[in-house]
Design a protein around this ligand. Structure first.
Ligand SMILES: [Zn+2]
Ligand SMILES: [Zn+2]
Length: 249
């Protein structure tokens, strides 16, 4: 069940979302001037190999704040002028709140928030993730720690994430590289069954990418999930899919 959060609760929930992120962490805040503790947690998350995306808006980022963020590896910063939403999410939880990522907000202002659980509040969480993707696509990438020449630590995953994205419309759906289209788009695809037909979104990270049924993931994800892909290919030789046409058949 969604949980109601006061200002202090929200602050604690955000810290927990950062601390518990395994692969991806998205911080959306119209204004940013993060508390020191958040920055430390962000650095820890980056050290665990978490890809962190920060979206802010309204006005230029303070240079001191920018230089603090530059100490966090594996970070991408997006800017969206029209941003007023605040949302902090990882693979399991999303905090939707009025609280900005400012060190003063919590002390001065009355804030409220809601904590969504990916399992128990599946619909609301999925809708929230879809909106997060929409915000990311509308925004501009203004900084990536890769541009500083830091190579993100190369990690590989032997399992796919639970949530994926339709490679044609970008909508949230279950992750299944054998069936990377949502049902509506799949019904259209089967008319031609062209495994090379160009699609628009990476199935696992949801970022815009040149993908197709035969290759539903972006280059970065192909590298990241190499062991999972190998395992899937190996099992495919033995187990047939459940009547659902896949690109491997
Ligand atoms: Zn779709
Ligand atoms: Zn990807």
């Amino acid at each position: 069940m969604a949980e109601f959060l006061t200002a202090t609760d929200t602050s604690a929930a955000i810290e927990r979302v950062i601390r518990e992120a395994k692969k991806e962490l998205t911080l959306i805040s119209a204004y940013v001037y993060p508390r020191f503790i958040y920055l430390e947690r962000l650095r820890d998350a980056a050290a665990r190999g978490v890809q962190i995306t920060l979206v802010f808006g309204k006005r230029k980022m303070d240079n001191r704040v920018k230089s603090q963020f530059e100490q966090v590896s594996g970070l991408r910063i997006h800017f969206l002028d029209e941003l007023h939403a605040k949302c902090y999410c990882n693979e399991k939880h999303a905090v939707v709140t009025s609280l900005n990522l400012l060190n003063s907000s919590e002390a001065r202002n009355r804030e409220m928030g809601v904590l969504l659980d990916a399992q128990n509040d599946a619909k609301a969480y999925a809708d929230c993730m879809a909106e997060v993707q929409s915000i990311l696509q509308a925004s501009n990438l203004v900084y990536s720690s890769r541009t500083l020449g830091e190579r993100p630590s190369v990690r590989t995953n032997s399992t796919f994430p639970k949530a994926g994205f339709c490679i044609r419309c970008g909508k949230n759906e279950q992750c299944d590289p054998d069936a990377p289209l949502c049902m509506d788009d799949f019904k259209v695809w089967v008319r031609h069954e062209d495994p090379q037909f160009p699609e628009h979104y990476c199935h696992t990270c949801g970022q815009r990418a040149q993908v197709c049924m035969a290759k539903p993931m972006c280059a970065g994800c192909m590298e990241l999930y190499r062991p999972a892909i190998d395992a899937l290919n190996a099992s495919r030789k033995i187990v047939r899919s459940f009547g659902r046409r896949t690109w491997r058949e």
